[in-house]
Design a protein around this ligand. Structure first.
Ligand SMILES: [Zn+2]
Length: 435
């Protein structure tokens, strides 16, 4: 099937039909999503050299952080392609590339992790339904169910290792690759300029001085999440020995590219071998459906290591809220809550049904410490005994026996972990969605 591009004149004057297709790639490396970006860049470059054109920007999509056997990053990539030739030609090119990259010649440029990876490449002429993305970013998707869904799309082709035979293990990457194609990002999106290292540098310390990342953040205010605002540390370089040199996140595609060019113009920064700007769901909070609220109904339980949890009632059911030590302010606020406090939260329900908090706010607090009021003279009034009024020892003044309470200080203020401890998907409190 050949689809007419919306931007192509459909009149008889059009000399050629322009075919549109989607490709998605996932799980080329089991340690960090970063290497999938490199492989996908190699693939897109190969396609561009062969006369195909990437429409707009490739997509870097993060998915459900609790997906089994996946790391925190859980990233997949996709792109829309435009071709003057037939899509069957494109499928042939993809097949050759996949076989060359992962089956016959996997050691040449695919430096890290290819042994344990189960790469999946997907091609389709019909874009997958958006619902596939929302399912995969918010909950568990059974790989075999997704395999059935993809194979039901007549134009779809899947390549994996082992001669295309899909075990459930191999189908794992299919969830990511197909969901990356299904992502629209019309509600919100961000951008990332991903730069890769010259092969001989891979494994060595990345030369990207923190001070320069700080200057970059100041010079390009529309870059985001590039340094820890408190510690001042750079957050753009990965911690794994993967081919990624750095990823600069930004609210605008042009800014991401400009910031990269500015960094590269500085001789103290390691030279990149290549760079590509990706459209992304990072920092959009797509993984969390809604803000919830309820009342605290248990004391805080603190376990070794500083992790804390308590129970709340949300009007319908009891929930367990969990804040890990790395949660910083979220952990501190949770530990200061008392039975009766009203709270709002955003979090992710874990496979064992606890809610892992990503942000938290106390909207109303029960009275904290109870004490006796002060006398007119400023001294504290003292209790004398049962049925007796309070009395000031300084001036002898007496007053009816009452208690006064202090209010809870941390009211109506959302808190979040430091950005170095947040998920890629987490939307910073100070970020506005674009939608
Ligand atoms: Zn007094």
């Amino acid at each position: 099937m050949v689809t007419l591009s919306e931007t192509t004149p459909s009149s008889a004057t059009a000399t050629r039909l322009t075919s549109m297709a989607w490709i998605g790639l996932d799980d080329t490396d089991s340690v960090d999503g970063g290497c999938t970006t490199w492989d996908f860049h190699l693939l897109l470059t190969h396609l561009e050299d062969g006369g195909f054109r990437v429409v707009g920007y490739p997509n870097l999509v993060r998915l459900w952080p609790f997906a089994p056997e996946r790391t925190r990053g859980n990233a997949a990539l996709s792109a829309e392609l435009l071709t003057d030739s037939s899509t069957s030609n494109l499928a042939d090119v993809l097949e050759d590339w996949f076989n060359n990259q992962y089956i016959t010649n996997k050691s040449t440029e695919n430096v890290v992790g290819s042994e344990s990876a189960c790469p999946v490449l997907v091609f389709t002429e019909t874009r997958f339904p958006e619902e596939w993305y929302w399912n995969a970013v918010r909950k568990y998707v059974n790989p075999n169910d997704r395999l059935k869904d993809v194979t039901a799309v007549s134009s779809a082709i899947i390549w994996t290792k082992k001669d295309g035979k899909m075990s459930s293990n191999l189908a794992r990457g299919l969830v990511g690759a197909s969901s990356a194609i299904a992502w629209r990002g019309e509600n919100d999106c961000t951008w990332e300029a991903t730069a890769w290292r010259i092969p001989k540098n891979i494994g060595s310390r990345r030369q990207v001085p923190s001070a320069l990342v700080g200057s970059m953040s100041d010079k390009f205010p529309k870059t985001i999440l590039n340094r820890d605002p408190n510690a001042g540390d750079s957050l753009i370089t990965p911690r794994t020995p993967c081919p990624v040199l750095y990823g600069i996140r930004a609210e605008e595609n042009a800014v991401a590219e400009q910031a990269h060019n500015w960094l590269q113009s500085n001789e103290d920064v390691e030279a990149a071998i290549a760079m590509r700007v990706h459209r992304s769901n990072q920092a959009t909070d797509d993984h969390i459906k809604e803000t919830c609220y309820g009342i605290v109904i248990s004391k805080v339980r603190e376990v070794k290591g500083g992790h804390a949890s308590l129970h709340v009632f949300d009007g319908q059911k009891h929930c367990t809220l969990v804040a890990f030590k790395q949660g910083g302010e979220v952990n501190r606020l949770l530990k200061s809550l008392l039975v009766g406090d009203l709270v709002e939260w955003r979090g992710l329900t874990s496979p064992n049904n606890e809610i892992h908090l990503e942000s938290l706010m106390c909207t109303e607090g029960v009275p904290r410490t109870l004490s006796r009021p002060n006398c007119k003279c400023g001294r504290k009034l003292c209790r004398q005994g049962i049925g007796q009024p309070l009395r000031c020892e300084q001036c002898g003044n007496t007053q009816e026996s009452v208690w006064v309470s202090t209010r809870f200080g941390s009211i109506k203020q959302w808190v979040e972990p430091l950005c170095s401890n947040r998920r890629h998907l987490a939307k910073p409190l100070n970020r506005q969605a674009k939608g």
